[in-house]
Design a protein around this ligand. Structure first.
Ligand SMILES: [Zn+2]
Length: 169
């Protein structure tokens, strides 16, 4: 039996929720009232939920799904970003390997001048270059950064929204 409130596979039993009969699992049973079979129809099993309650349940489950997806997306929004002191990290790793810029440049087929600029934080390496440097030096130049920020924040003083327009009418 599937719980019609949360969709979980559980030993659900019929309960009354806002006047609608739903099969609820033990977790959700607290949201419902005791369902009493109405007399006068003995031996006649309910032919599934009526169309209205199905719609209500589906809307509820969809809403719930949406809410969970939004939260997942929000909490999972991390991006890889270049560390601030990438130049120093590269130079230290290179020196630890006992290579000067010339040798290092030759080893990864990059121009010495370019590498010097990167080590001085004067040039931001592109993704390809970052991957190459990370691999050649055995270091990590990127870190996971949480991209938070406000979603649909208020805009005081912004242009009027449709809602404002309707309110004024
Ligand atoms: Zn449930």
């Amino acid at each position: 039996m599937i719980c019609e409130m949360c969709g979980k596979e559980a030993p659900a039993r019929p309960m009354l929720v806002e006047g609608i009969k739903l099969n609820l699992c033990p977790d959700c049973a607290k949201f419902g009232d005791e369902y009493k079979t109405q007399g006068g129809q003995p031996g006649q099993p309910a032919p599934g939920a009526p169309p209205v309650s199905r719609t209500v349940i589906e809307a509820r489950l969809q809403k719930r799904e949406k809410r969970m997806q939004t939260r997942d997306v929000y909490s999972g929004s991390t991006t890889l970003e270049l560390v601030d002191d990438y130049g120093r990290a590269i130079r230290e790793a290179r020196e630890a390997k006992g290579m000067d810029l010339e040798e290092f440049g030759k080893s990864i087929l990059e121009k010495r001048g370019i590498l010097a600029k990167i080590e001085a934080n004067d040039l931001i390496p592109d993704d390809k270059m970052i991957a190459k440097l990370e691999k050649a030096l055995g270091i990590k130049l990127r870190e996971q950064v949480q991209t938070g920020g406000t979603i649909g924040g208020a805009r005081p003083g912004g242009p009027p929204t449709l809602a404002d327009f309707i309110k004024k009418k």
